[in-house]
Design a protein around this ligand. Structure first.
Ligand SMILES: [Zn+2]
Length: 183
C-alpha cells in the first residue's frame, strides 16, 4: 500500500484546502484559547465517550480515557485517508488531531487552578493524572509543551501538503494514467 501513489492535488483543491485552513485559523484566533466553537464541542463529546469505553478495559485507566477518546477519531480518520492516498483529507485529519492538543493543554493547564467547568461534574482528569505521577506542579509547563507540539504538528501537516502539491507539479501525470482513470 505504501507504493500506491497519492492522489494528485489540483490547484483548485489546494485553494479549497487553503480557504478551509484560513477559516479554521480565523476561528481559532477568535476562540477562547483551546476551545474552538463546534470543533471542541465535538472533541468534548468524544472525550466524554472515551471514559466509559476505556473503563471497560481497565478502571485504573479511566482517567486517561477522555484524552484517548478525543484523539482516537482524528487518528482513525488520518489512517483511513492515508490508506486511500487522499493527501488533503489526511492533512485535515492530522490538523484536527493536533488542534485537539490545544484543547488538552487548556485542560491540563487547569490542573491546579481547577477553574474549568467540568461536563461530567466529577474528577478533574489532569489533576488526578498529574497528582498520580507526582508532577502536578508542572501542569503549566507541560501544557505549554503540548501547545508547542500542537502548533508544530499543524505546521508539519501544512508543509507536507505544500510539498505534495509541489512534487505533483514536478511530476506531471503520464498520459496513459489519465486515460485509464484512477479507481
Ligand atoms: Zn475527562
Amino acid at each position: 500500500m505504501d507504493s500506491e501513489p497519492w492522489e494528485r492535488i489540483s490547484g483548485a483543491k489546494l485553494a479549497g484546502f487553503g480557504l478551509g485552513l484560513a477559516a479554521f485559523f480565523a476561528l481559532l484566533a477568535v476562540s477562547e484559547p483551546g476551545f474552538v466553537f463546534g470543533l471542541d464541542h465535538a472533541n468534548l463529546l468524544f472525550h466524554e465517550a472515551g471514559h466509559p469505553v476505556v473503563v471497560l478495559f481497565s478502571s485504573r485507566l479511566e482517567t486517561y480515557g477522555g484524552t484517548l477518546g478525543q484523539l482516537t477519531f482524528p487518528v482513525l480518520l488520518a489512517i483511513s485517508f492515508w490508506r486511500q492516498r487522499q493527501a488533503l483529507s489526511c492533512a485535515a485529519a492530522v490538523i484536527w488531531f493536533f488542534e485537539n492538543w490545544l484543547n488538552i493543554a487548556r485542560y491540563m493547564a487547569d490542573a491546579r487552578a481547577l477553574q474549568l467547568p467540568l461536563v461530567g461534574g466529577g474528577d478533574h482528569d489532569w489533576n488526578t493524572i498529574l497528582t498520580r505521577w507526582n508532577i502536578l506542579e508542572y501542569d503549566l509547563q507541560i501544557a505549554g509543551a503540548l501547545k508547542g507540539i500542537a502548533w508544530m504538528g499543524m505546521g508539519a501537516a501544512i508543509i507536507w501538503v505544500s510539498w505534495r502539491y509541489w512534487d505533483d507539479r514536478r511530476h506531471p501525470p503520464i498520459e496513459g494514467d489519465l486515460s485509464l482513470g484512477k479507481f
